[in-house]
Design a binder for this molecule. Structure first.
Ligand code: NAD
Length: 334
């Protein structure tokens, strides 16, 4: 079976390529390196001991997609490519709508033309907006608070409309909670060049001395220690969820959404303290004002993915903290 992975050199895509290759899928990757580096290709090959085809370019480029589908008989697609920074999406909404929507439309049109109608799409827990209760189930109402989230919800709607128009499609909408951690080899992971938007990359940069102090945004939330609670999931567990989703869509038709989370919520301070304990390092932090738009707590009910896809997260926050730090130490030693 041949799977096209868009955005396959990115954080989640690279880990998913490793799992696909380990499971003996043929893998074809397209990425334009807008948020990744070309050396990831060799690292994936080193980790898995397997080769795969890579195309450098933009998923919005229909002529390139045409070439990829002409040169390879693609059975299914995993669509990771897209911009993902919430704050940047507020500052540059047109860039986000153009890239995330246009790439998806070009991809779906090309898939349709080539009769490839199986896709797993990277959505996000952000489509639940402010959830009415916890844990979050897939049938909760959907809304968004920023352009990034709106692109995810629009794409979900496009996929649902597509299935209504043609029941041959098989579509898995995967709503990720908070992926962190890295591959245990220390070769691939997440190490943004800029000031990180997300908590774990920030913690790591404070631990390595690149940044001085972590700001914890608010300690008066309605949570056990007052800091925000999120459902952190190890990126390798998340990647394995894609293999289960691909197995499922290869053997079914329909459109369905699945929460990919652990079902457990941890606070900012839980994560910081576990990181310090597991890695034996200090992470300086200070409590600052709440960040506009943040919610008290968010965690998944992942039982639908367990019951239908046969997938469950296995790794804990200790693994996530250890592997995230190991990766960045490794990068710095390179
Ligand atoms: N990381 C998270 O916290 C998170 C949470 C929920 C959903 N998601 C979604 O999962 C997907 C993957 O996330 P990630 O963390 O691996 O992000 P990432 O930025 O590390 O990976 C995305 C990859 O897509 C590439 N890309 C972007 N636009 C492209 C285009 N038009 N053509 C070709 N390549 C393009 C980038 O170069 C990058 O390699 C994204 O769609 C993201 O919105 C991520």
């Amino acid at each position: 079976m041949k799977v096209l992975v868009t955005g396959g050199t990115g954080f989640i895509g690279s880990h998913t390529c490793c799992e696909l290759l380990d499971a003996d899928y043929d893998v074809v990757v397209i990425d334009n390196f807008s948020n990744s580096k070309s050396d990831v290709i060799d690292k994936i090959k080193k980790i898995t001991g397997k080769d795969f085809k890579f195309y450098e370019g933009d998923v919005c480029d229909k002529s390139l997609l045409n070439k990829i589908f002409s040169e390879n008989k693609i059975d299914a697609v995993i669509h990771f490519a897209g911009y993902k920074a919430v704050g940047e999406s507020v500052a540059k909404p047109l860039m986000y709508y153009r890239n995330n929507i246009d790439s998806t439309l070009s991809l779906l049109e090309t898939m349709n033309e080539f009769g490839c109608k199986k896709i797993a799409f990277s959505s996000s827990a952000t489509v639940y907006g402010k959830p009415k209760s916890l844990p979050i189930k897939e049938d909760f109402s959907l809304s968004t608070t920023n352009p990034y989230g709106s692109t995810k919800l629009m794409i979900e709607d496009i996929l649902r409309d597509l299935y209504v128009s043609d029941n041959d499609w098989s579509i898995a909408i995967l709503r990720y909670f908070n992926p962190i951690g890295a591959h245990k080899s220390g070769l691939i992971g997440e190490n943004p060049n800029d000031i990180p938007n997300n908590l774990m990359p920030y913690i790591v940069k404070v631990a390595t001395g690149e940044l001085e102090c972590l700001s914890v945004f608010g300690n008066d939330y309605d949570t056990p220690d007052g800091t925000g609670v999120r459902d952190y999931i190890h990126v390798v567990d998340l990647a394995k969820g894609h293999i289960k989703a691909i197995e499922h869509i290869l053997n079914s038709r329909g459109v369905d959404a699945y929460n990919l989370g652990t079902g457990h919520g941890y606070s900012v301070l839980d994560l910081v303290k576990t990181f310090m304990d597991v890695n034996g390092v200090n992470v300086k932090y200070k409590i600052t004002d709440r960040r506009p738009g943040d919610i008290d707590a968010c965690y998944a009910d992942p039982s639908k993915a367990r019951d239908i896809l046969g997938w469950e997260a296995r790794l804990g926050i200790e693994d996530m903290c250890r592997d995230a730090y190991n990766f960045v130490k490794n990068v710095k030693e390179d």
